[in-house]
Structures are given as structure tokens and as C-alpha cells.
Design a protein around this ligand. Structure first.
Ligand code: ZN
Length: 252
């Protein structure tokens, strides 16, 4: 006999696939890539952070690995040398917002203006193009999705959440990431601390353990743009207002 809960989740997955098939091209956020290459994208949110970003950059350099940083403009303004260093070392800079406020509930036109200004400022600080936006808390409404597109940005979410924002044992967090990752994944990590992120979690140590595990599995991390170029992007209809309805238990 089939377990009713597994049947429910199977129905939910099938329904989600159907919605993605119908509307993913128009209203889809990028959550992964179908690729035949052993590539994944590590993405770091909420920085740059004066304590962790340098250590994350050192770890990436030591492992000859590249990543994408979804930065907050308020942090980029305070630490412009870290933004430029990330670009100089071959990483990609993307936008996580002017600050970590949820955009859900704001009007399309106002959000387009806010994101347009933020992307412009991040480009000026980094000296590099900014193509991607990831909404704080993963909060996204149809209005904010359209505003992101109006601002000339692509909405990129993730298909593998490291849950590093909860803190805990670095080895357990890294093992979980390494075990679950498959080629084409976009992995959510943090080099900064917004909202409820834990300051006592050693992000550089966790990253080194993830990269050790990837090496054993012959997986290689690269920037989002390089991952996208390696295959076909997958888009999902991702609408969520988790932060608005429930301020606890938010991921990004
Ligand atoms: Zn965030």
C-alpha cells in the first residue's frame, strides 16, 4: 500500500513540474542547469563581510575554484575593496538587494526603480557587469518577479540549500552538501550575516570541507555564467512570501 504522505508529495512534485512546463519560460526563476559536465555553482549570499569574505576568497583561491557572490549594496559600499577583490580573483558579483529587506508586497514600478539603482551602484563599485538577482529570504511575488526582469536582471534562486545560516557543525553541513550535490546544482551558502544567520559558523572551514568532498566526487565549482554556458538552464515558478508570513525559518 502506498504511503499517503509520499503520494501527496509525488502529486505536489508532478503539479509543480506541470506548472514549470506551462509557465517556467515566462515566469520562471533559474534554479539549476541540465549539464553533462561535472560542474556546480557555489553561491554566497549577504556579503561582503569583513570577517568572512576574505577567508572565503582565500579558500576558493587555494582550491583554484570560482564562485558567485550575491551582495548587498549597503555592505558593498562599506567594503568596496572586497567587491573588487572578488572580481579581480575571477569570481562573479551579483545583486542580493540594496539591503536585506523583503521585496514581497512592494509595487512593480517601485521595485524596478530600487533594483535598477542598486544594480547600477554595484556595477560602479565592482567595475563588472551585474546580470543576476536573488531575492532576500527567497521572497518573490509576480510583481517583484516582473520588476526584476524590468530592471534587466535574471532572477536566480537555488536547488540546493546548505542550511549554513542555521549554524551548527561545519562537518555535518558540508557532508550534507557533498552528498546531495549533482552536476548542474546551484548551491546556496552565505559569506555574510543578514537576518538570523549565525556568526559562530566557520564558513571557510565548511567551504574547504565541501571542496574536499567535491574533489573526491570529481565535481568542480564555477561561476553561474560558466555553469549556464555548460548546458540548459532550468526555470521554476518560484513564488514565496515566507518572510512576510513567517519570519522564522527563512533560508536566504
Ligand atoms: Zn540573504
Amino acid at each position: 500500500m502506498t504511503d499517503p504522505s509520499s503520494l501527496t508529495s509525488a502529486v505536489r512534485r508532478a503539479a509543480h513540474r506541470a506548472v514549470d512546463g506551462l509557465a517556467g519560460g515566462r515566469f520562471g526563476s533559474i534554479d539549476g542547469v541540465r549539464t553533462d559536465q561535472p560542474l556546480v555553482a557555489l553561491t554566497f549570499d549577504d556579503g561582503p563581510d569583513p570577517e568572512w569574505t576574505p577567508r572565503v576568497l582565500e579558500t576558493l583561491a587555494r582550491n583554484a575554484t570560482h564562485a558567485t557572490f550575491f551582495m548587498l549594496v549597503q555592505n558593498a559600499r562599506r567594503h568596496p575593496h572586497l567587491v573588487r577583490r572578488a572580481v579581480a580573483e575571477g569570481h562573479e558579483v551579483a545583486l542580493h538587494g540594496p539591503d536585506h529587506r523583503s521585496l514581497a508586497g512592494a509595487r512593480r514600478r517601485a521595485t524596478r526603480m530600487v533594483l535598477g539603482h542598486a544594480a547600477h551602484e554595484l556595477r560602479a563599485i565592482s567595475g563588472a557587469p551585474v546580470h543576476y538577482f536573488r531575492p532576500p529570504f527567497g521572497d518573490l511575488t509576480p510583481a517583484s518577479f516582473l520588476a526584476i526582469r524590468d530592471a534587466g536582471l535574471a532572477c536566480v534562486v537555488w536547488d540546493l540549500d546548505s542550511l549554513d545560516w542555521r549554524g551548527g557543525d561545519e562537518r555535518l553541513v558540508a557532508t550534507e552538501v557533498v552528498t546531495r550535490t549533482v552536476p548542474g546544482n546551484i548551491v546556496l551558502l552565505h559569506d555574510g550575516c543578514a537576518g538570523e544567520g549565525r556568526r559562530d559558523f566557520d564558513r571557510a572551514k565548511a567551504l574547504q570541507l565541501v571542496l574536499d568532498g567535491f574533489r573526491r566526487r570529481s565535481l568542480h565549482s564555477t561561476t553561474l555564467s560558466a555553469l549556464f554556458a555548460s548546458g540548459n538552464t532550468h526555470r521554476t515558478v518560484w513564488f514565496s512570501r515566507s518572510h512576510v508570513s513567517s519570519p522564522k525559518g527563512v533560508p536566504a
